[in-house]
Design a protein. Structure first.
Lengths: 82, 412
């Protein structure tokens, strides 16, 4: 998957997790939690959906890498292109 | 009794398969409108059910709906509607003095079935199990979701009381107000059971799931050809206040909880016990300081199982034998068995009798079972009976649990 495809996959997950939010205006360098009404349970939801949809296993110590879109795509690129 | 110990109903919020507020629900009960329709659920397949069609997004964001449970959603809708109906200015309420008491027949089966269905798609890999399973399945979930939604910081919990649960929620609210533990109670019951295939399969296994080619005629208590329960979802939450507080704020008052009782059969897992049911009614009458002939209306629990209806009528005969002015009706014939919510829905649907003097009927009883015959059973069409002063509401449940609430008209 390309970085753009991963970004779209993450947007799709976020849209399911936080359906009241508008992700079109997302700033990729800013933390999800600073831009949107999201909490620690939402982070767990992102991890769960990545596991279910793409069989990507993310250890707890790597959760901080899912802070914003840029860091998330960078982290997922090798995992989703094994 | 001192006005601070008298507990009154000042608001009603409900969703039933045939109405999403008291006015619509009452109109359906007076117009013979059933809420039962064809229904299909995974594994079990095609059946019948009472489905609620309230606007779940009225009081919840989409995200909260996704995170929470159907039971929580029903509870939140009903609680908000009850507060609205009560006329209470919520912005002035000390929510640390509000208690939430919700009766449930069961909780968590829907979510557990969903998760098992989910992990089946992943070859039972438990790492795909949702982290939301805990908050969704704790037994206080429906009551707790109300507190999250309305920012209530007083006590909340659910009362697991099988099909006697709706009355149990109301009784708990009354007791907590009388003890001075809360100043306002949101009390009642909810059920989301139609979203679990297990309950359909279980009633079918007991040969107690209703079947009929016309869904609206399937729930037929007291009919000779009745063949079981129609399972429904629903909810009803009441605002309960001390009479002194309600008078002070000039509240509309639906009625007063005049008496109540709960007891246990201690005799069988499933089969009812008419002797204990009669004792429960007698205890509630005693607490209310009333004689049977002072009760104008008995709202029956009857679910349309072959033996259960006969047992309840036997219990009512024992208590009310000779009372010429006591009428008898049934609400499940319209809405099916909405489990944890049904007792309080049945109570709510009859409250307007205090003002309109009409007793809604039991419907679908085309051939009255001789074993269910009893004087003043209102069948088919509503009956104007004049002044209604007291209603006695029966709710009975499995493993032998009985609850009775007596409500009286209040003249302010």
């Amino acid at each position: 998957m390309t970085g753009q495809e991963i970004r779209e996959a993450v947007i799709s997950i976020l849209s399911d997790i936080a359906p009241d939010e508008n992700f079109a205006s997302m700033k990729d360098e800013i933390s999800f939690r600073d831009q949107f009404e999201m909490d620690s349970m939402d982070l767990l939801d992102i991890v769960l959906e990545l596991r279910k949809r793409y069989r990507v296993q993310i250890p707890e110590e790597d959760y901080p890498k899912l802070d914003n879109m840029n860091s998330t795509v960078e982290y997922l690129l090798p995992l989703m292109n094994p | 009794m001192d006005d601070s110990q008298r507990i009154v109903i000042t608001g009603v919020g409900l969703t039933a398969p045939n109405g999403n507020n008291l006015a619509d629900f009452r109109a359906a009960l007076l117009n013979g409108k059933s809420g039962i329709s064809p229904y299909e659920i995974r594994y079990f397949g095609k059946t019948l059910a009472g489905v609620c069609h309230f606007d779940a997004a009225k009081y919840q964001k989409k995200k909260d709906l996704r995170r929470g449970t159907r039971a929580g959603s029903i509870a939140i809708y009903c609680a908000n509607e009850a507060v609205l109906d009560s006329g209470i200015d919520w912005s002035t309420v000390d929510t640390s003095q509000v208690g939430v008491f919700v009766g449930i027949t069961e909780h968590g089966n829907v979510e557990t079935e969903n998760e098992i269905h989910n992990i089946k798609q992943f070859d039972y890999d438990c790492s795909t199990w949702s982290h939301f399973h805990n908050p969704r399945t704790v037994a206080n979930n429906p009551a707790g979701e109300i507190t999250l939604n309305l920012r209530i910081t007083g006590p909340h919990y659910c009362l697991g009381a099988a099909c006697a649960a709706g009355n149990a929620g109301v009784i708990q609210g009354v007791q907590m107000l009388r003890l001075g533990e809360v100043d306002l109670a949101l009390a009642g019951g909810v059920s989301e059971s139609i979203h679990t295939f297990g309950i359909f399969a279980a009633f079918a296994a007991e040969n107690a799931l209703a079947r009929h080619e016309n869904p609206t005629k399937a729930s037929r208590p007291f009919d000779k050809n009745r063949n079981g329960i129609v399972i429904s979802e629903g909810g009803c939450i009441l605002t309960l206040e001390r009479f002194s507080d309600a008078k002070k704020r000039g509240a509309k008052i639906y009625g007063e909880i005049a008496g109540y009782a709960m007891n246990s059969d201690a005799s069988d897992f499933v089969l009812p016990n008419p002797e204990r049911q009669a004792q429960c009614m007698e205890k509630a009458l005693k607490k209310a300081g009333l004689e049977p002939e002072q009760i104008d209306l008995v709202s029956t629990h009857a679910t349309a199982t072959p033996s259960g209806d006969i047992q309840e009528i036997a219990a009512i005969r024992q208590v009310f034998n000779g009372s010429k002015k006591t009428y008898i009706n049934n609400t499940k014939s319209f809405i099916g068995h909405a489990m944890g919510s049904v007792g309080v829905l049945e109570l709510a649907g009859n409250l307007p009798s205090f003002s309109d003097g009409v007793v809604h009927p039991t419907i679908n009883c085309e051939n009255l079972d001789p074993d269910c015959e009893i004087d003043n059973l209102v069948i088919g069409t509503p009956k104007s009976v004049g002044n209604v002063h007291y209603i006695l509401n029966n709710s009975f449940g499995m493993v032998g649990i009985n609850s009775v609430v007596v409500v009286g008209k209040v003249n302010v």
